[in-house]
Design a protein around this ligand. Structure first.
Ligand code: NA7
Length: 555
């Protein structure tokens, strides 16, 4: 494999108003966009990529908040397409922190010479299908226009931050920070009165990191999350050597798993073993840390009673750690199944509440009324703050594709197509939008599996589809209505059995006002997803429709 090679496409252009022609346009510079650039360049396509941030990295470029850390093992959360990169890069921790992830991303970008293909600090403002010329016409906020037969939206499930729908956010006179738009310089919390709104994965990481530093920390919690011990470790040279010797096998396990990771997943049902055995298994998973609890039994996401047993086990652990009984009770999640909201991993979250300067504000019993010039006002009164951190999440899954005009055949936009919720084929292609591809789209496994494994899979699938077009002298590919209906039926059928529907989260669109709600991700696991996606190339893309080159038809 040619790793660092001379770019086959041109470097970023100076702003120009005349349309610039490429073979393929790629929107997004996260893990998906970076691999897409590499893959399509190696296929010999002339390409141009756009990234709103100042560099590659996607969420890891933006999310520089204190304590930001991946919650899948770094060994799994890394590219598998290049044996050279696997051997040359060495992870230092089992769960890498954001700075190490950015170093890895930088290493990959340099090693593969990816940056020259990107225009950074550039937002795509529209993408429009030109039917007669069979081209995607993409406009940017720099006033430029690019045209290409293929367009890949590698915009990711988490790229549009959500501000809380609380009155007065703009009024706050102290320092207002959003976890997903964190400054590049360190923030000093010493002696400061700090507030955090949000207790999802992000809020939890912020709280355990900022709590010991701040003068006072006030955590405004609406829905408590279940969090389990990460048990992070420094990786020993012996462990790293062993991993490097066995990468091929590790990747094969990940590709054949439900979540795209190498942790074992049990096939045992919860009630197939005695209460005592269950307790032993859960205690063991708690000691192992990471997402071991999720893998202990096979039916935790479909059997509500089994799920509740595990939830109660974790609630018990919270009670053992948190000294103040009222705080402990408020931290215990109730009313939704464990794992139906993204399971969090922590290093010292519950312990942080034993610090005398850390205070939990329960926004269920004492709702937030408004944000004031001085801080946050709950029904019971105002908390004055120097710094307010919003860890309020994202307009996830569909937010990025709905943030700008994407217009397909007959002037129909993605916003119109998705007004009742996202629908697509495999989360990869949209009926009515020829040659438009997505990576980690909202009807694939998306947030439910390792995003890097999905990105690689999706880019490879797109590459196969383009190769099919080229081999057969065809101009466009697009799923039929029937193919899309069939896929959405599969997605819905499996989703109905899942307990994920029982929690109000970004996974089901419940966190954004007026957003259509429902579980639209593929819940059948990464392996099954791959199997479904492999069918079209094996059967000659029977359920897709194609067009020849218009010019060829005219001639
Ligand atoms: P999440 O998981 O969407 O969490 C956002 C948090 O912000 C959640 O606790 C929300 O409470 C809270 N929130 C949002 N709006 C408000 C208002 N108005 N008042 C009080 N609390 C509010 O986002 P994260 O960034 O933590 O994690 C996103 C993903 O990143 C995660 O799933 C991993 O995949 C990595 P609510 O639940 O709405 O009651």
């Amino acid at each position: 494999m040619a790793l660092a090679s001379t770019p086959s496409s041109s470097s970023p252009q100076s702003p120009s108003t005349s349309p610039q022609r490429r073979d393929i346009l790629i929107v997004g510079g996260g893990f998906g966009g970076m691999y897409a650039v590499y893959k399509f360049r190696e296929m010999g396509l002339q390409l141009q990529a756009f990234e709103a941030g100042g560099d590659v990295g996607g969420v890891w470029y933006w999310n520089r908040y204190p304590g930001a850390r991946v919650d899948l093992p770094s060994i799994d959360y890394s590219y598998s397409f290049s044996p050279e990169i696997e051997q040359e890069w060495t992870w230092s921790e089992q769960f890498a922190a954001q700075p190490e992830l950015l170093r890895y991303i930088d290493f990959v970008a340099k090693r593969l010479d990816l940056r020259p293909h990107f225009q950074f600090n550039t937002r795509v403002t529209s993408a429009t299908w030109d039917e007669s010329r069979q081209l995607w016409v993409v406009k940017t906020d720099r006033g430029e226009t690019y045209e290409a037969p293929y367009c890949v939206m590698a915009t990711g499930p988490l790229s549009i931050p959500k501000e809380p729908d609380i009155p007065g956010v703009k009024r706050f006179k102290g320092r207002l920070l959003h976890s997903a738009r964190w400054p590049h310089e360190p923030v000093d919390f010493t002696g400061k009165r700090v507030g955090v709104i949000g207790t999802g994965s992000t809020g939890i990481q912020v709280v355990q990191d900022v709590g010991p530093q701040a003068g006072e920390l006030f955590v405004f919690q609406r829905t408590p999350s279940f969090t389990m011990p990460m048990r992070n470790e420094t990786l020993t040279p012996e462990y790293v050597d062993e991993v490097k010797r066995n990468y091929a096998g590790i990747r094969e396990i990940a590709r054949s798993s439900t979540v795209g990771g190498s942790r074992p997943q049990s096939t045992r049902a919860f009630f197939s073993v005695t209460p005592n055995q269950r307790r032993v298994l859960l205690e063991d998973a708690w000691k192992q840390g990471g997402l071991s609890m999720l893998g202990t039994f096979a039916d935790l996401m479909v059997n509500a009673e089994a799920n509740e047993h595990v939830a109660e086990f974790v609630r018990g652990k919270i009670g053992e750690v948190v000294k103040d009984p009222k705080t402990a009770e408020a931290l215990k999640p109730k009313g939704y199944p464990i794992f139906a909201r993204r399971p969090c991993l922590d290093t010292s979250y519950y312990e942080t509440y034993n610090l005398p300067n850390v205070h939990l504000v329960d926004c269920i019993t004492d709702p937030i009324v408004e944000i004031t010039e001085k801080g946050v006002r709950n029904e019971s009164g105002e908390t004055e703050l120097d710094i307010l951190i919003l860890a309020t999440g994202y307009d996830g899954l569909t937010g990025a594709m709905m943030a700008f005009d994407v217009t397909g055949r007959d002037g129909r936009t993605v916003r119109q197509k998705w007004q009742d919720g996202p629908r697509s084929t495999f989360g990869l292609m949209l009926e009515g939008f020829p040659n438009l591809f997505m990576t980690t789209g909202p009807n694939g496994p998306s947030a439910l599996a390792n995003i890097i494994r999905i990105s690689e899979h999706d880019v490879d699938w797109i590459a196969d589809a383009i190769t099919h077009l080229k081999k057969n002298g065809l101009a466009t590919i697009e799923p039929t209505v029937q193919a899309e209906d069939a896929w959405m039926e599969i997605v819905r059928g499996i989703a109905q059995r899942s307990l994920i529907n029982k929690a109000k989260t970004w996974w089901v669109g419940a966190n954004v006002k007026d957003k259509p709600q429902g579980l639209t991700m593929f819940t059948g696991g990464f392996l099954k997803y791959r199997e479904y996606c492999a069918v079209p190339s094996a059967n000659g893309y029977r359920d897709f429709q194609f067009e020849p080159q218009m010019e060829a038809v005219a001639a």
